[in-house]
Design a protein around this ligand. Structure first.
Ligand code: NAP
Length: 493
């Protein structure tokens, strides 16, 4: 039974968060980095109970959860390191030039205010209560209120307690972190519309993310919603590569498609290639691969039912054939992988086939001509990832099509498979709509912090009253742009 946090209690938490922002906005990057490392320590110290609880609530295997816990700790620590180095402070100083009647101008990035984070169902640690959105919003200098995902309430509470402990030990105001629970959309809507909330971070369905985005834009004061939503992550395979590696590629594609019962936002749901013997070899190999994959419980009943419904609708579309599926007996909530095939013409004509089906569902699109592949590329909506399976020669021969694909994704892969999102600086996890609501930002990697800052410029302020990041002494020893040049020392004025 999940407790519904009352409106009065939510109001109180938002008020506390607004007050805490007044404290946090004046904290330095070093202080925030210390706090973030303290949260990482708290999560690291959580023992078996965390993994056992998450396993019971999500059905995710313990080994995967152990890996996700390590990743989550790594996120807090690596984001802390980047924050501490001043990477998102982006300090710029233009010294006065009295002879030109130009004053002193100093700009840096400050937090934007209380942020609401919606916990995601498919990563109970790394994208949920203590996940990357919370770490990046706090690193930027903002209090966070998490709306717990109803599919793992106990896991969420354990993580919330760890963050709360870190807040208490830091001596910082309690309102820096809040946790609200419930199973009704009303809570999320109420938080998003509240005047003291200044940004929203979300990972989940297109319907959910778009609804929150629209609410935020209809407010008297519109606020940003960084929503990561649906993506079909197409793989475009080309002639020479397919001829050389059809069977190996089928293995790689089959494993990526069915990894974690297909419940990854980077799951490669669509495979596009020219029809012919190489594609037939790929399909035959996939037919051998898929039936052997054991059915596994999906994350929650809603996700399972959604998967069942959509896979049945998609496979029943005209000119769509099921080429491989898992027929093994499955218990309630166990997702069974399925791969279908259609023609390029039909894929172009039937827009339902390019909607995300969250789970192990794949569609092979066999095209008549390279022009048909180009038309599919042009028609594609925005994606988190697109993969080009090609030799160098294939790239040279298909450069026009490949250039179109660049416009459609946040991460562009040359061979390999898109599942597995590394938490590094050069990661881009965010693409054109509808994969996310703002393709300019990433939700994975330290650059995720950038979503939650805004620039403020100080004109002619005495050094004493400037934030530490902009003072002449540069006591934080960060790199700054001074009069257009990179500068890491203090300013002797
Ligand atoms: P969801 O239905 O989008 O819900 C995610 C969170 O957003 C929940 O806390 C939910 O709150 C809240 N929410 C959703 N719609 C809302 C609305 N209109 N107003 C206010 N709050 C709203 O996602 P899910 O439960 O994780 O999974 C459902 C489907 O989402 C999946 O079948 C899949 O298609 C997709 N999904 C995609 C990704 C991805 O990375 N692309 C990841 C996970 C899920 P309440 O439920 O408490 O109301």
């Amino acid at each position: 039974m999940i407790e519904e946090t009352s409106k009065e209690s939510i109001d109180q938490r938002i008020q506390m968060a607004a007050d805490a922002y007044q404290f946090l906005k004046n904290s330095t990057i070093k202080e925030r980095a210390r706090f973030m490392n303290a949260v990482a320590d708290k999560i690291e110290a959580l023992g078996e109970e965390l993994l056992a609880t998450a396993h019971a609530e999500t059905s995710l295997p313990l080994a995967r959860l152990a890996g996700e816990k390590a990743r989550t700790i790594g996120q807090w620590r690596s984001y802390a390191k980047a924050v501490s180095a001043g990477m998102y402070t982006e300090a710029r100083i233009d010294l006065p030039q009295p002879e030109k009647q130009k004053g002193d101008l100093r700009k840096y990035n400050i937090g934007i205010g209380p942020v609401v984070v919606f916990g995601a169902s498919n990563f109970p640690f790394a994208f949920s209560t203590a996940g990357g959105d919370t770490a990046s919003a706090m690193g930027a200098g903002n209090p966070v209120i998490v709306k717990a995902h109803p599919a793992h309430p106990k896991t969420s509470q354990i993580m919330a307690d760890a963050i709360t402990d870190a807040v208490k030990e830091s001596g910082w105001p309690e309102g820096i972190f809040g946790h609200v629970t419930g199973t009704s959309h009303d809570i999320g809507a109420y938080l998003t519309k509240h005047k003291d909330i200044k940004a929203v971070a979300f990972t989940g369905s297109l319907n959910g993310g778009k609804a929150l985005f629209d609410m935020a834009n209809q407010r008297e004061e519109p606020i940003p919603v960084f929503a990561e939503m649906g993506s079909i992550n197409p793989v475009f395979a080309f002639e020479h590569l397919l001829e050389n590696r059809a069977e190996d590629l089928a293995k790689e594609y089959g494993s990526s498609l069915t990894l974690g019962v297909g419940q990854f936002c980077t799951n490669p749901g669509v495979f596009v290639a020219l029809k012919g013997e190489s594609l037939n070899r790929f399909t035959r190999a996939l037919k051998n691969e898929i039936p052997g994959i054991a059915p596994v419980n999906m994350l929650h009943k809603g996700i399972f039912e959604n998967f069942e419904k959509l896979k049945n609708i998609a496979s029943a579309q005209s000119e769509v054939d099921v080429i491989a599926e898992v027929n093994a007996e499955a218990n309630e909530w166990q997702g069974r992988a399925i791969v279908t095939e259609t023609t390029g013409k039909n894929f172009i004509k039937n827009s339902m086939l390019s909607e995300e089906i969250f789970g192990p569902f794949g569609i092979i699109v066999a095209c008549e001509t390279p022009e048909e592949m180009l038309q599919i590329a042009r028609q594609l909506k925005g994606q988190l990832t697109i993969t080009v399976a090609a030799t160098d020669e294939d790239v040279r021969q298909n450069i026009k099509l490949i250039d179109v694909l660049k416009d459609k994704c946040g991460r562009f892969l040359f061979n390999g498979m898109p599942t597995g999102v590394e938490v590094v600086y050069a990661m881009q996890h965010g693409g054109p709509f509808p994969s996310t609501t703002d393709a300019r930002f990433t939700s994975v990697g330290p650059d995720a912090v950038k979503r939650f800052v805004r620039p403020i410029s100080f004109q002619n302020w005495p050094d004493e009253f400037l934030p530490e990041e902009l003072k002449n002494a540069n006591s934080l020893q960060i790199s700054r742009i001074v009069d257009g040049e990179i500068h890491s020392g203090s300013l002797k004025l």
